[in-house]
Write a protein that binds this ligand. Structure first.
Ligand code: PLP
Length: 230
């Protein structure tokens, strides 16, 4: 077994702690989600051997297949990919969290398919902050109405917002996009919601996301290496 994944996890952990300090965030307020999409089970096993518990997957069937493997039974699965209604059953059955809910139909299916013996599914609503038509997610002014419509779905627990801003290398531009997500999150809490999760930041914009209040960063490449294009 190579030790690269372990080393990478330590490096990322250090980068997170340094960013927390630099941007006056409390210690350990940012949780690391290891994005293992397209990566083999051995990589997940190796990360778990180094203490990583939470894993993010983009393809519902791939997540379901991995989640059923005995060697990674203790992992916590987060579904972060686009939501399709014919894939909700896998998410409801195997995920602890879903970060990409963006319409009522999907929320209702997840609620109906979550069985009563399971704890409620932890949900983030995905916001399309850069307003790119190609991206999934709610426009900012659609978030509150959906949250209100979802309030009766007791098998779901709304925890916060997730965003994937347009890719840019410019740190200030990254921060400005994440700041919009944070402002929306703060305004929802000011209106009586009790959100505690801002899922934002990937390998190339993690520090900017932490500067703007991320509580969960979703890191793939910096832990597991580059993915083949699929
Ligand atoms: C792939 C993916 C990530 C991880 O991206 P990296 O740049 O590899 O860190 C995070 N979030 C989502 C939604 C993704 O699809």
């Amino acid at each position: 077994m190579s030790e690269i994944i372990c080393d990478n996890l330590q490096i990322i952990g250090r980068r997170i702690r340094e960013a927390e300090q630099r941007y006056q965030r409390s210690e350990n307020s940012v949780k690391l989600l290891a994005v293992s999409k397209t990566k083999p089970l051995e990589d997940i096993e190796e990360a778990m051997a180094c203490g990583q518990v939470a894993f993010g997957e983009n393809y519902a069937q791939e997540m379901a297949e991995k989640a059923q493997q005995e060697s990674v039974k203790a992992a916590e699965w987060h579904y972060i990919g686009p939501m399709q209604s014919n894939k909700t059953k896998w998410v409801a059955e195997y995920a602890t969290w879903v970060h990409s809910v963006d319409r009522l139909k999907i929320a209702k299916r997840l609620h109906e398919q979550r069985t009563v013996d399971q704890s409620p599914l932890q949900v983030c609503l995905q916001v399309n902050i850069s307003k790119e038509s190609s991206k999934s997610g709610l426009l900012p002014d659609q978030v509150l109405p959906l949250m209100e419509e979802m309030s009766t779905l007791e098998h779901l627990c709304i925890r916060g917002l997730m965003a994937i801003p347009a890719v840019t290398k410019d740190f200030q531009a990254q921060r400005m996009a994440f700041a919009q997500v944070r402002e929306l999150y703060e305004s929802l809490n000011a209106q009586g919601f009790a959100l505690d999760t801002l899922s934002m930041g990937m390998t190339n914009d993690m520090e900017a996301a932490i500067a703007e209040g991320a509580t969960m960063v979703r890191i793939g490449t910096a832990i597991f290496g580059a993915r083949l294009a699929i």
